[in-house]
Design a protein around this ligand. Structure first.
Ligand SMILES: [Zn+2]
Length: 307
């Protein structure tokens, strides 16, 4: 899908030396806007790629955060430290953790260990409250001279918003529109703990549809046209993943074998679609299957399945 819209581009942060893992949206011009600046560990790559386009950190006017997971927003504090004029847009539920990221860092430490966090996510600095522009259920904002219609789109995360740029027809959908690494219409849902909420997510997909976007931009990875078909596929894969987890939880397979069954089912789903495994290589870096399993188990257990 060609991506020929003047002044708007994106960069590949080459996360963990893997291409097509994490993208940052870039609106160039006099007042630069970044969408999801990525993790602190990629800050040098990000600033280097921007520099190659003639953009310095002092040129950044605004950062739009879809949600505060470290792979999307971790570098925000580092950028604000270097340029205290940057305005940061974030949902009200995410804002406290951008001001004080200690809880985010603690839960990351529990998942990856302190060394793992340093290696994967780098430094996550707090963002001063005065830099924040806090978003609610529905807002219209102007950033870098561009108008965005912003809506709350939970499901993947309880603090997720999506930004629709009416001028270009692009919706910056973060993780709400799933993961996709191939031109073939094939998505997978990122379902890590702790917030997964299938009903809210389906509602958010309807929110994306209602904008009638020409292009959906997802962090993992890139811009895609044929938005209705992309979203249809996401609804299918979300339902398939949730159903398989529910089914496995209802069997008397020993607990330690359950995750293996999920993994097997996911790869069967991928193979059945004819997707070569090397095309979904970034998956393990951005949506580890074990986390996807745990997030859906948590969703079902809260609803009394397999509890
Ligand atoms: Zn996320």
């Amino acid at each position: 899908m060609p991506f020929i819209i003047s002044d708007i581009a994106y960069v590949d942060l080459n996360f963990q030396n893997t291409s097509k893992a994490i993208a940052t949206g870039v609106y160039g011009g006099d007042a630069v806007v970044l969408v999801d600046p990525g993790p602190g560990s990629c800050i040098d790559t990000l600033t280097g790629l921007l520099q190659a386009q003639g953009i310095a950190v002092r040129d950044i006017q605004s950062i739009l955060i879809t949600h505060i997971h470290l792979d999307h927003a971790g570098a925000t504090g580092l950028l604000v430290q270097e340029n205290p004029k940057i305005q940061v847009f974030v949902h009200e539920k995410g804002a406290p953790h951008v001001i004080d990221p200690s809880k985010l860092i603690n839960s990351a430490n529990q998942l990856w260990g302190v060394e793992g966090v340093a290696r994967l996510w780098g430094k996550t600095l707090p963002v001063p409250q005065e830099n924040l522009h806090i978003l609610g259920e529905h807002d219209r904002i102007t950033a870098g001279g561009h108008v965005f219609d912003v809506k709350y789109t939970p499901g993947h995360a309880s603090h997720h918003v999506s930004y629709f740029d009416e001028q270009t027809g692009i919706v910056w959908a973060g993780d709400t529109a799933g993961l996709r690494f191939t031109s073939q219409i094939f998505t997978l849902p990122p379902t890590p703990p702790p917030d997964i909420d299938l009903e809210a997510w389906r509602g958010s997909i309807a929110t994306l549809r209602a904008w009638g976007p020409e292009t959906v931009f997802i962090t993992h990875f890139g811009p895609y046209g044929n938005v209705p078909e992309h979203l249809d596929d996401l609804e299918r894969s979300l339902t398939a993943a949730a159903d398989v987890v529910k089914r496995i939880l209802q069997t008397d397979v020993p607990d330690e074998a359950k995750y293996e069954q999920f993994k097997k089912a996911v790869f069967e789903y991928i193979h059945a679609a004819g997707i070569p495994e090397d095309e979904i290589a970034p998956l393990e870096h951005v949506g580890p299957l074990e986390f996807n399993w745990r997030g859906l188990v948590r969703y079902w257990k809260k609803r009394g399945v397999g509890a």
